[in-house]
Design a protein around this ligand. Structure first.
Ligand SMILES: [Zn+2]
Ligand SMILES: [Zn+2]
Length: 209
């Protein structure tokens, strides 16, 4: 299986393409620059089965509707993110453009649900704190962490529905209980591993646990 990251938009959001040996593909967080995402899909001869949103912030969802139209793939988000996704105030898209296209979600999932495409399966981990319905996706030794945890640091908790104590709990109690060699692909910046973040992540400075 392959993970290919395309950096999109002006705040450099990571859109991840994740595909199996038969080119069956999931797209995680298509934030912007749909034409570049589609170019990669066509160059790699991928079949996109699902579009998954780790959370609803505008920088992660800007290319969803265009990509859905081009591929026919279903769009999936966490059920507790429903309200944020459709509210430009909460998703922060109203600060970008009044014409921002609100993503059309086909299915809402919850903790423990499994999302499959081809031979790929990712399990939903509800990890609130950056936003209320933020989720990570875990499978095949890989974690797609959205804006919950990054290389060396943690996501912001000062946006609507954010909560510092939930965020530190999500990282320390949930993410850090995965195997140390789990590769983390986050929403911004370079990839890392659970083991490395347990050593140097600044979440411990913010945690009262
Ligand atoms: Zn975010
Ligand atoms: Zn982001």
């Amino acid at each position: 299986m392959v993970v290919k990251t395309i950096i999109t938009g002006n705040i450099e959001e990571n859109c991840h393409l994740f595909w199996d040996e038969n080119k069956h593909c999931m797209v995680i967080d298509p934030g912007d620059d749909c034409s570049r995402i589609l170019k990669e899909i066509s160059e790699q001869h991928l079949f996109v089965g699902k579009i998954i949103l780790t959370h609803g912030h505008y920088d992660h969802v800007g290319a969803v509707n265009e990509l859905k139209k081009a591929t026919g793939a279903a769009v999936i988000a966490h059920e507790e993110e429903k309200e944020l996704i459709v509210n430009p105030e909460l998703s922060l898209s109203r600060y970008i453009s009044p014409d921002f296209s609100i993503p059309e979600v086909d299915f809402y999932v919850k903790e423990g649900d499994v999302i499959s495409v081809g031979s790929l399966s990712l399990t939903v981990m509800h990890t609130p704190g950056h936003t209320q319905g933020g989720m990570c996706l875990y499978g095949h030794g890989i974690l797609f962490s959205g804006d919950t945890v990054f290389y060396g640091t943690l996501g912001r908790w000062d946006f609507p529905t954010g909560d510092l104590s939930k965020l530190t709990h999500s990282i320390i109690q949930r993410i850090f209980s995965l195997p140390d060699d789990t590769i983390i692909h986050s929403g911004h910046g370079p990839a890392t591993t659970v083991g490395a973040e347990k050593q140097h992540n600044e979440v411990f400075r913010w945690s009262s646990i």
